[in-house]
Design a binder for this molecule. Structure first.
Ligand code: MF3
Ligand code: CO
Ligand code: CO
Length: 270
């Protein structure tokens, strides 16, 4: 990274150029969003998560990008696919999807040195009522968090907006994983918590780029990581959902870089 370009705040958060840099991250994020759109048609009962991984890996290459997750801390795949009570970092494998399974697919591509990171929920077959409610609350909590993104607000304002809404709906926010600064690196300061107090944390400034990626459980917030050292699950085996957008702070709010080109960000939008 060229340290002469741009500025870093006292909290260690990089300030990007809202014209040229935002153009770079937007293009990476739109490839990510396109692949997340395309994979939707393959999500159905009987398909394995490795089949979905293979489709994603092929499209990452065909679109002239590289996967940020292959080789990241020893991770071997271009996607994380997290089914039902898996909270995040599910590893693709031979397990086949069943009717009513809900899953999060999370991918990060690199284009011209910019990292595009996003995830969404999908459903195999018919969406069960309880899962539908969980997915809707998780999606709405992400969008409420995004509404709090503007210069002068704090990261605590984002977390507070998410937590208040999720808990008002008698669900829980996962504490063990968070969003992050992103841009010309995959994971950078700050940690973007999905819970918190209003007015706490670093102050948002125009030019910051970060993800918001709340994980919401129907039961308790507690998670554990399986023996494969990646797969995080709910301790009480309750269903979990997650959506992830990458945003950039503008003069009067924010731009969402990972919007869906075909408006398929939510599994019930067809
Ligand atoms: N994409 C994830 C995130 O939102 C990180 C996945 S790292 C991996 O930050 F190695 F598990 F792929
Ligand atoms: Co992320
Ligand atoms: Co991600």
């Amino acid at each position: 990274m060229d340290e002469s370009q741009g500025r870093v705040t006292k909290d260690g958060i990089r300030i990007y150029n809202t014209t040229s840099d935002f153009d770079g991250i937007r293009r990476a994020c739109q490839v990510t969003a396109q692949i997340l759109d395309e994979v939707a048609q393959h999500v159905q009962p009987g398909i394995s998560t490795m089949d979905l991984e293979n489709f994603i890996r092929t499209r990452v290459e065909e679109l002239g990008t590289t996967s940020a997750t292959i080789g990241y801390r020893g991770y071997q795949h271009a996607s994380c696919i997290s089914i039902n009570h898996v909270v995040c970092h599910g590893i693709p494998g031979d397990k086949k999807l069943k009717d009513g399974d809900i899953l999060n697919i999370d991918i990060t591509v690199i284009l011209d040195g910019w990292y595009g990171d996003s995830s969404r929920m999908y459903v195999a077959g018919a969406l069960p009522r309880k899962a539908e409610r969980l997915i809707q609350v998780t999606y709405d909590s992400l969008m409420l968090g995004i509404e709090a993104v503007k210069p002068g607000n704090t990261f605590g304002d984002i977390g507070h907006a998410i937590q208040r809404y999720v808990e008002a709906n008698r669900m829980s926010v996962v504490r063990d994983f968070c969003g992050h600064g992103v841009g010309r690196v995959f994971h950078a300061p700050p940690n973007v918590l999905h819970y918190g107090r209003e007015g706490s944390g670093a102050v948002l400034e125009e030019g910051m780029i970060f993800t918001i990626e709340p994980m919401v459980n129907l039961g308790r917030p507690d998670t554990k990581v399986l023996a494969d050292d990646w797969t995080a699950v709910t301790r009480d085996k309750s269903l979990s959902a997650q959506f992830e957008h990458c945003v950039g702070v503008t003069a009067d709010g924010c731009e969402i870089f990972t919007t869906s080109p075909s408006k398929r960000f939510h599994p019930t939008w067809r």
